[in-house]
Design a protein around this ligand. Structure first.
Ligand code: HEM
Length: 550
C-alpha cells in the first residue's frame, strides 16, 4: 500500500458518502463497507475522517484487520514509520538488568552446575506470560533448538495470514477449502506427522522448507500440530490432520510394500485423503467387541466387508479407510486392519451433525459387500488389535498437544480481553477474582505441557514396542489431564468473556467454539474415565516387570 495521506487529508472524507477512518496509522475507505458492517453503519459515521484506533480495538481482534485489509485499506498516514524488524528481547538478558530480589517467602538459590544448561532461544510471539510454551519466551529447554524455532516461524506465518482470519467462516460452512489441505501436502507437513522416527522422504514428493528432513523429530511434529491449533478450532485441526494423523500411520507401519508404494505418495502430496474407521454404533472405546465383518471369498483373493462405522473423522472426503474388521472369532484375537479404498465399491458415507468440530467432517459409514483385495490387509490376519493399540499412543499424543494449546488459547484470549474490558471502573485484569481465574488456568496448562514434552521425549528415544508398553499408561493419563484442563480453561474463559462467548463470532469466537469442541476431545481416542483407569492398570503392569516393590 504505497499512498500516503496527512491527517487533514483523511479528515476531508467525513461523510456517509465518503467515509474514511484511520486505524493504527493506516487509512481505510469504509464508504461501501459501512452497510455490511456487522456493528452497524451509524457507529462508523461517528468516527468518519478521524483516528478510530481506540474504538476499533475495543470491539475487534487482530484477525479482522488481516481479513479486510486488502479490501479496505487505501494507504497510510505520512507520519507512519516504515516497518522494520520488531525489536525482540534478547534471549539472555544483559547482566546489569538481572537483579533478582527475593520476594518475601522465597529463596534465592545460586545454580550449582552449568553443565546441563542449554542456551535459550530468541523470544517469539506475544510474550504474554504463559501465552505460549516457555521455550518461546526466552526460558531454557532441554528439548527445543533452532530447527524447532524455524518450523514454528514458518507455520505461524501461514496460520496467521491464510487460516486464522477465515476459521469462523469455514466453521459455519462446515468445510475447510481443499486448497488448505493440499498445502499441508505441498508444504511437506503431512510427511512429518506420522509419529515416525524418520521423515519418510522416499514417499513424500514435498519436503518442509525451513527444516531438513534429516533432523526431523517428534518435537517438529508436535510444533506443526501445536501451531495449527493456535487458530483455535478443533474442526480446522481435525479437517487437516484428524483422519490423516491416525489413518495413515498403520498403512506406513504395517502395509505391504506394493500397497504403500502405490498409495502413500498421493496421500502425502495432499491429493488423496485417508481416515481411520474403528468406532461402531455399538463399539467405541471397547474396540475388542467390534462387529464389522470381513469374510474371505471362496477363491481366497478378497475380503467381503459388511458393517457400519460411526463418528469417523474426515470419512465424507476420504479415498481410503484404515478399517478395523472382524476376520476371526470373538474378542481382540479376531480383529484385523484392512485398507479399504472407496473405489472398491459398496462404501457409503454421510455427514453427522455434532456438537463441536464442525468443519472436521464427522461421518457415518456403511460397507455393503465391499470387495477388498487380500493384499490390502495391514499386518497379519487377526493381529490387528496390536496395530490399533500402537496407533492409539500417537493419536492420544496428538489430542494432548491440541487440547493443551486450546487451553492456552482460552487463557491467552482471556488475558488480552482482561486488559481491554473495563467493569466497575477497573480493567478486568485489576480485579483479583479475574487474576485468580487466570492463575488457575496457567498453572494447569504449564503442568500439562511439561508432562507432554517429557512423554514426547520418551517416545522419541524408545522403539515402537517399548513406547507402546511403557508409555501407554502415562499417555492415557496425560490425555485425561489435558482434556480436563481444556474443559476447565474453556469454562473460565467463557465466564471472563461473558456474553461475547455465548454468541457466535466476534471477539469471543474462539472461546465459544472451543467450549463446544471440548467433548470432541474428552470422549474420542479413549474417554477420560477409561484413560484414567488405564493409566494406573498399565503402569502397574509395566512396573511389576521393572521390579516394583510394594
Ligand atoms: C476497518 C474497519 C472495520 C472493519 C473491517 C470492521 C469489521 C467488523 C466485523 C467483521 C464485525 C463482526 C464481529 C467480528 O467478527 O469481530 C464488527 C463488529 C463491530 N464493529 Fe466493526 N469494523 C471496523 C471498524 C469499526 C469501528 C471504527 C467501530 C467503532 C467506532 C466498529 C464497531 C463495531 C461494533 C460495535 C461491532 C459489534 C461488536 C459486537 O458484536 O460485540 N467497527 N466489525
Amino acid at each position: 500500500m504505497s499512498s500516503t495521506f496527512s491527517a487533514s487529508d483523511v479528515a476531508a472524507h467525513k461523510t456517509k458518502d465518503d467515509l474514511w477512518i484511520i486505524v493504527d496509522e493506516d487509512v481505510y475507505d469504509l464508504t461501501k463497507f459501512q452497510d455490511e458492517h456487522p456493528g452497524g453503519a451509524k457507529i462508523l459515521t461517528r468516527v468518519a475522517g478521524k483516528d478510530a484506533s481506540k474504538q476499533f480495538w475495543k470491539y475487534h481482534n487482530e484477525g479482522i484487520l488481516k481479513k479486510f485489509q486488502s479490501q479496505l485499506q487505501v494507504g497510510s498516514l505520512d507520519s507512519k514509520k516504515k516497518p522494520d524488524t520488531p525489536p525482540t528481547p534478547p534471549a539472555t538478558p544483559p547482566q546489569e538488568a538481572v537483579e533478582p530480589k527475593a520476594e518475601p517467602g522465597t529463596m534465592s538459590v545460586e545454580p550449582t552446575s552449568k553443565a546441563a544448561v542449554s542456551e535459550p532461544l530468541d523470544a517469539f510471539g506475544s510474550l504474554i506470560p504463559y501465552g505460549d510454551p516457555s521455550w518461546y519466551q526466552t526460558y531454557h529447554s532441554p528439548y527445543y533448538n533452532e530447527t524447532h524455532a524455524a518450523i514454528r516461524q514458518e507455520i505461524r506465518e501461514w496460520v496467521e495470514t491464510e487460516i486464522e482470519p477465515y476459521v469462523n467462516e469455514w466453521e459455519e460452512k462446515k468445510q475447510v477449502p481443499e486448497a488448505i489441505y493440499k498445502q499441508m501436502g505441498e508444504r511437506g507437513y503431512l510427511g512429518g506427522l506420522l509419529g515416525l522416527h524418520e521423515y519418510p522422504s522416499k514417499y513424500s514428493p514435498f519436503k518442509p522448507k525451513s527444516v531438513s528432513t534429516d533432523v526431523w523429530d517428534h518435537f517438529h511434529e508436535l510444533i506443526v500440530t501445536d501451531e495449527l491449533s493456535r487458530a483455535g478450532s478443533g474442526g480446522l485441526v481435525w479437517n487437516l490432520i484428524g483422519g490423516f494423523g491416525i489413518g495413515c500411520p498403520p498403512l506406513v507401519r504395517f502395509g505391504k510394500p506394493e500397497l504403500v508404494e502405490r498409495i502413500l505418495p498421493g496421500i502425502l502430496a495432499g491429493d488423496k485423503r485417508i481416515c481411520l474407521a474403528i468406532t461402531e454404533p455399538d463399539a467405541g472405546s471397547d474396540v475388542a467387541n467390534l462387529t464389522c465383518e470381513a469374510k474371505l471369498s471362496e477363491d481366497g483373493k478378497h475380503y467381503i466387508v459388511n458393517g457400519e462405522k460411526k463418528w469417523i473423522t474426515n470419512g465424507i472426503w476420504s479415498d481410503y479407510f484404515t478399517t478395523a474388521v472382524r476376520t476371526g472369532g470373538e474378542g481382540m484375537n479376531g480383529v484385523s486392519l484392512l485398507l479399504i479404498e472407496r473405489a472398491h465399491g459398496g462404501v457409503s458415507t454421510r455427514r453427522m451433525d455434532c456438537q463441536g468440530v464442525w468443519s472436521s467432517g464427522t461421518t457415518y459409514i456403511t460397507f455393503e459387500d465391499t470387495k477388498v483385495p487380500v493384499e490390502n490387509i495391514l499386518g497379519k490376519e487377526n493381529k490387528g488389535f496390536r496395530a490399533i493399540m500402537t496407533n492409539f499412543n500417537h493419536e492420544r499424543i496428538g489430542i494432548i498437544i491440541q487440547a493443551t494449546r486450546f487451553a492456552r488459547v482460552c487463557y491467552e484470549e482471556s488475558m488480552k480481553y482482561a486488559h481491554k474490558r473495563t467493569t466497575f471502573g477497573k480493567k478486568l485484569i485489576e480485579h483479583p477474582v479475574i487474576r485468580l481465574k487466570l492463575a488457575h488456568m496457567a498453572r494447569q496448562i504449564e503442568a500439562t505441557q511439561s508432562w507432554l514434552d517429557n512423554l514426547v521425549y520418551q517416545a522419541q528415544n524408545m522403539d515402537d514396542t517399548e513406547a507402546m508398553l511403557k508409555l501407554g499408561g502415562a499417555i492415557a493419563g496425560c490425555k485425561a489431564q489435558s482434556t480436563q484442563v481444556f474443559e476447565f480453561c474453556a469454562r473460565e474463559a467463557s465466564q471472563i468473556f461473558g456474553g461475547l462467548s455465548y454468541s457466535r463470532g466476534g471477539q469471543g469466537a474462539k472461546v465459544e467454539r472451543l467450549y463446544r469442541d471440548v467433548r470432541a476431545y474428552a470422549i474420542p481416542g479413549g474417554s477420560e474415565e477409561i484413560m484414567l483407569d488405564l493409566s494406573i492398570r498399565q503402569a502397574l503392569r509395566v512396573h511389576k516387570v521393572l521390579g516394583m516393590k510394594l
